[in-house]
Write a protein that binds this ligand. Sequence first.
Ligand code: PMP
Length: 483
Amino acid sequence: MPEKPNTLTFKQTLKMRRNYVGRSCKLHYEVAPLKIVRGSKQYLYDDSGNEYLDCVNNISHVGHCHPHVVNAGQEQMSKLMTCFGFLSDLQVAYAKRIVEMLPENLCVCYFLNSGSEANDLALRLAKSYTKNNDIIVVDHAYHGNTENLIKISPSRLKQHNMPIDDWVHVVPCPDVYRGKYREDNVSPGHLYANEVKVAIAKALDKGRTVAAFISEPNLTKAGMVFPPKSYLPLVYRYVREAGGVCIADEVQTGLGRCGEAYWAFESHDVVPDIITLGKPMGNGHPMSMVVTTKEISDSLKEFSSAYGGNPVACAMGMAVLDVIRNEHLLSSAKSVGKCLKDGFQAILQKHRLMGDVRGAGMLVGVEIVEDKESRKPNKDAAEALVYKLKEKKIITSNEGPDKNVIIFQPPMCFTCENAATVVKAVDDALTEVEEEDRQVSMSSDIIVPLSVITASKHKLSSDDEDDDDEYESPSKRFYEGVD
Ligand code: PMP
């Protein structure tokens, strides 16, 4: 008889994962994974009862297992869970509530289940409305895991060594810290926008047509890049002049994450033609949405989704909106985000490896570099820092094209006290990393990368990796001969 899942030891879980789960499904903390068994508010608990401050789970938007959201889901699950083209009060009420939070023209909703599905539908809508074909995307972006979305996600194209299709046009990431045009330019926003204008002109010259420009208003996946304010208004203008529409991917940034406003596009003074929402909507329950104009929506002949807009998701989604309002999470995100950013700013000059601090609300990034002058990305130090923070019971991650930006996007119930804890931990951990980095570069002619040192320190001991025959996969499909 197989063991019940919750009685597995850490080793058994690890081994079963190796045997039964796809090898390409990455684990956070690859060399020393965590087995998280419980979550509450901004905290996660591992199988040994250790408490971690969660700085990465933006999906658990209003806090892990928020009782109002859990109750709403449980109650609805015991009443009705079907989505077979019946009228649903919950669905229309949710759609109305979202539309009321948006500019007037964004008034038609589609319900789906993941950010990828939402972005895929957004592309379909753009193409059906404009009758055009090509898509303009920002370098380093990620928009989802379907075949089409991988093709418009430069971060994945590079990872998989895939060519860029003719219908995809990649424009430079408007990063004023380490990008093509930096903050010392008179108007980097105009220069980056001009790159889009040039890309459009080149596409039109080749006889191609532009269906859409898609980007996150604040580019989380590109390493917490906040474009200059003049960028998006100009880009949207150029795209529309070329007959395309503008899609704002608010999968990460939506529902108040950037503080103060519900949508990140608001701070850029633009109104998109299509927006896509996902992650935070159901506080972890799969739920996503496309919202667009009536004209664009009317261009699509048919759409269906078996689970999209099901009553359980809508009940939970409604509860999330209640919590955001009742617990004043927008203003809280703004002020707590400021505590976090100010805290990091205060230690910026002290640390040689700390290049830049940027963000808005509960979306903050710290760029780790070789030194302040060169601004060269320092992935090894960033990785070492992430593992050191794990030791200090703080969960974060190193992201961006060079994996050198430490990201902080915690549940929105994060407090200024939490922010102070994080800043102190980063200060201490960076001091240790800088000391190790200094010793490594002085110790020998063979430079051992910091990440290798980190990995060897954290790697599961050979004892941990001992085979436990009880859980040998019958088929041994994966990991044959590995480890
Ligand atoms: N867009 C952005 C900006 C994302 O960060 C993600 C997920 N990380 C997606 C789309 C895809 O969402 P999902 O994983 O829910 O399909």
